[in-house]
Design a protein around this ligand. Sequence first.
Ligand code: FAD
Length: 472
Amino acid sequence: MKTQLSIIGGGPGGYAAAFLAADLGMEVTLVEMQPRLGGVCLLRGCIPSKALLHVAKVLAEAKYLKQWGVAFSDPAIDIDAVRARKEKVIATLTGGLSQLAKRRKVRVVQARATFENSTTLRLNPIDGAAMDDDRLEFDHCIVATGSAPSTIPGLNLASPRVMDSTGALELPDVPESLLVVGGGYIGLEMGTVYAALGSRVSVVEMTGGLLPGADRNLVKPLAKKLETDFEAIWLNTKVTSLVDTGDGVEVTFDGDVEPKTRMFSRVLISVGRRPNSAGLGLENTQVSVNQRGIITVDAQLRTTDPRILAIGDVAGDPMLAHKASHEGKVAVEALAGKPAAFKPRAIPAVVFTDPEIAWAGLTETQAAAEGRQMAVAQFPWVASGRAQAVGRTEGLTKWIIDPATERVLGCGIVGPGAGDLIGEAVLAIEMGAAVGDLTDSIHPHPTLTETLGAAAEVYFGTATDLYRPKRE
Ligand code: FAD
């Protein structure tokens, strides 16, 4: 078989690239080893986790309404129905992708692709399925093979009680107790789901704080809430052994935990992700990978092999779906001869916990580490009418501003809906908006978007709802 553009991987990077290439008139073959399109994001990542987090959110809100004088009886959770509903969401979206591929005449081949050389892929059949052809020659290839959960060296206990994020999303049951190893966003999101469904959840994190990398004042309100939602959060602590005793997992810790050995019904290991670059036959091409296995690319997503490009998780951090699809579009535009480059000022990151945390562009932590001059203007949600009306005053919105140009360089938000609110900040940062552009823009009242305008007013010392005069 021959194709103009072959793409390996049908995740948000691969299918976005395939669809745009077809829209621009290219002839495209998409090779995906799973029977369904969507990649990790749709099948075992973003979408199923958000479907389950929706259940968690409604359960939490129903409970919270008691403080407002409305009490519901305890919920009856039919775990099989919850799982089925989540599967239905996945099936609808993946079915939609396959229709979109058909309408665009993107040829989709189910196989595991490996490189024979810089112009040919070998198509390895899945489960011995018959293949029309086992070789695919291409003019160009985009590698979009994504990533897989990392494991902890020496702690690979093969037990159904020890899960990774894929296993946890399958929702086999609601364990009586769950230990989440790793305080990153995936662990905290899954912990939130299981805690809402009734598990006693504990988190162990080897660094000194949850969500390493995020600004501490954004993490604080979440950490406070999780201290009540979760049974325990152990920081600066490592897991040193896991033993399946037959009726649970015996976990041994190294850190400030007493007793050092505890039993859990299940353990979720969520300690990061590694790129899927091994076993691809890259050694038969001129593609180079770094020590972490990440494929080296330039601003047009071209690898060190002139025929091959790479996008998404396999091309590096941040390993997020919207970064993957944006890169996919840039790679295709570059192939189409357009002056495209992946040079974003702001890639948003969202933690879909309760409260949510979102940031984009420069963070305070990063600016401080780089010794950059910055002004920080923050608006606490306690002064927001909408936050008061819905009883969620723990939030905070802040802008990171370049004091020389008054341009907004970054934004951080914690509070319910932060993930939706950050969109305005991404646009402002990308457009090179000055902080005054934010105060000049009329935000609808009473909404939480007003906190973005109000935080900008704080910079000038003129926030209507907060007395914080500008210090000389
Ligand atoms: P992937 O989605 O990993 O897709 C790669 C595809 O390539 C897979 O389908 C795989 O089967 C296929 N493949 C691999 N090797 C081969 C081969 N040799 N031949 C053929 N096919 C192959 N990101 C967000 O932005 N927001 C979120 O809320 C979010 N939540 C997440 C929650 C969880 C639990 C997890 C695990 C991840 C989450 N992510 C989230 C991350 C997101 O899923 C990834 O960043 C995104 O899927 C990366 O897209 P990709 O196209 O690079 O690769």
